[in-house]
Each structure stands twice: as C-alpha cells, then as structure tokens.
Write a protein that binds this ligand. Structure first.
Ligand SMILES: [Fe+2]
Ligand SMILES: [Fe+2]
Length: 305
C-alpha cells in the first residue's frame, strides 16, 4: 500500500462570517489569525499539494486534522470541496480525523459539525466498536490491503489559547478492542490522531498544547505487535520510535510557508508490504520553483514511559 499523509490545512472560509458568529474564543482566535496566520498559511499551497498527491496516485490518503481555523461550516465545507476537486478520490480512499481547530467552540461540538460534513470520510468496517464522541463515532476502522486505518478524535473544545487534547477512556478501551480483533491479523495498524502521542518536555507546554492522556495512549498502542501513529498539530515533520514496535510520524501543515525545510508545507508518503512499514519519506514544496522534492523525515529523540 502507498499512503499519503496530509495535515493541518487551516483553510479560511471564502466569505467573511457575520460578527455575531464570533464567540469570545473565536475572537481570540481571529486576532491570532489576523496577526500571523494569514501571512503564512496559504490556500493555494494546499491546492498544489493535493494536485501533487493526485499525480503520485497513492492507494489511500490520510489527513490528521485542523482542516479549519475557527470551526466555521464555511471553512470545513471549503476544505472538503478542495479535497473533492483536487484529489479526485472516493471518500472510501481518504480518511480524516478532526483537530482542535475543528472543534473550536462548544457549539461546533454540540452540533457534531465536523462529523456531519466529513461523514463519508470516516465510515467504519468495524462500526460495532465505535463509541459516541463530540466529534462523531470513534474509533473508525478501515481495512485496506495490508493496513488497518484506525481514526481517533483527540479534539475537544478548550478555553481560549489552549490547544491541548485528549483521547479519553471510552476511545482508549475501544482501541484496545480493535487491536485485538481478528480482522487486524496480518495488517499494520495505522492510527490517525491529531495530537502526537508524545508531549513536549515543558510541563506548561504539555498542559496547554499536548495530549492529556499521552502515556495511557502509548500503553494501549504498545499492546499491538507493531503499530504506527500518524499525527499533525505541531506543524513540523518528525518521526520516532516509542518502544515495543510503536512508531510515531508527524506531518507538517499543508498550507505553511516557512523557511525551515522540516516545517514548510508538504506531505508524507508511506509504503507498506506484508503488514510492515517498508519506506517513509516527505515530499516538500520548493517555494522558488513551485516544484516538489523528496526529503527524509527527521528523527525525534526516543520517547520512553
Ligand atoms: Fe494546526
Ligand atoms: Fe492543532
């Protein structure tokens, strides 16, 4: 299987939203956006990346959250339309999970907005194992060739300036059941979640930006003989071993213009054979030429515990 991994599109809506739509949290987010994000996240870059993915013809595409900025319907629908138009792939061949920006407000969680807009991209071959979550039924499982794609939601509404997430006990228990199912035998579990399963060393940073139950998640994932976690959120590509056959790989933001080659927009490509990951690399945008080049995914220091 050849799988392309995109993340953190951060698509802006086409039309401005009415001022009444801006809650306190949205207002803080909008100021943040106006100050810096608009200058570096470009819609045209996401389009170019999707066209390059379409040209490379992967078997499957996975997208690990933060499609929007403020969880407006206009942003989420525009992101979905972009995928429909540029990837030219069936929703059965594209899997998505939400990021913290896609559940930005309590209203977006209450109405299950993300699940409503992306339902075709989150169908499950093992629907009996899903639990109810604010962003839809998770985990979903898609059995494709020698890979089992398992989608989880780490997104929950948080106060302004807080970007942390959690998987929670119901999803962790359901994940353990998925990993034990006979359908997964001989397949590589590829787990999609927006937040990485390893937190920053700084306790403050971990509390404001990390995954609350990262150690508990690693313990569940290590029950599999081997597994790969695919994440976004950090806007930086990185890969590392988390012990007991568990590998973690992050994709950068698909819209980010940045001087650093390890952060600038691109996507990751994974190749599997016989239920094992046999190759991984990044495809990175060259701003000067508008072309793409291959690059190794930089290594994280080993994470234990
Ligand atoms: Fe993001
Ligand atoms: Fe994020």
């Amino acid at each position: 299987m050849k799988i392309a991994h995109l993340s953190d599109l951060h698509v802006l809506g086409e039309a401005p939203e009415p001022w009444t739509a801006y809650t306190n949290k949205r207002f803080t987010g909008w100021v943040n956006l106006a100050l810096r994000r608009h200058a570096t996240h470009k819609h045209e870059v996401v389009q170019a990346l999707c066209r390059e993915i379409a040209r490379q013809r992967p078997d499957h595409v996975v997208i690990t959250g933060d499609f929007s900025n403020l969880a407006f319907s206009g942003e989420l629908v525009r992101a979905r339309e972009l995928l429909e138009r540029e990837l030219e792939m069936s929703p059965a061949d594209v899997s998505v999970v939400p990021g913290n920006h896609d559940l930005y407000t309590r209203g977006s969680a209450r109405t299950q907005r993300f699940a409503g807009i992306f339902s075709g991209y989150m169908t499950s071959d093992l629907p009996d194992l899903a639990t109810a979550h604010a962003s839809g039924p998770f985990p979903f499982v898609r059995l494709r060739g020698d890979v089992a794609i398992i989608g989880l939601s780490s997104a929950t509404p948080r106060p302004p300036m807080i970007a942390s997430g959690s998987i929670g006990r119901p999803q962790r228990d359901a994940l353990a059941r998925v990993l034990g199912r006979g359908e997964l035998r001989g397949r590589l579990p590829m787990v999609l979640m927006h937040h990485p399963p390893h937190n920053p060393a700084s306790k403050v940073r971990a509390a404001t930006n990390g995954l609350y139950d990262a150690p508990a998640m690693r313990a569940v994932l290590r029950q599999a003989e081997r597994a790969v976690v695919l994440h976004g959120h950090l806007h930086q590509r990185m890969a590392g071993e988390l012990g007991a056959g568990l590998r973690s790989i992050g994709a950068t933001s698909a819209s980010l213009l940045h001087d650093d080659d390890d952060r600038r927009a691109g996507f990751n490509v994974y190749e599997t054979s016989g239920g094992a990951l046999v190759r991984e690399h990044a495809v990175v945008l060259d701003v000067a030429t508008g072309r793409f080049h291959e690059r190794a995914i930089p290594s994280l220091p080993a994470v234990s515990g």
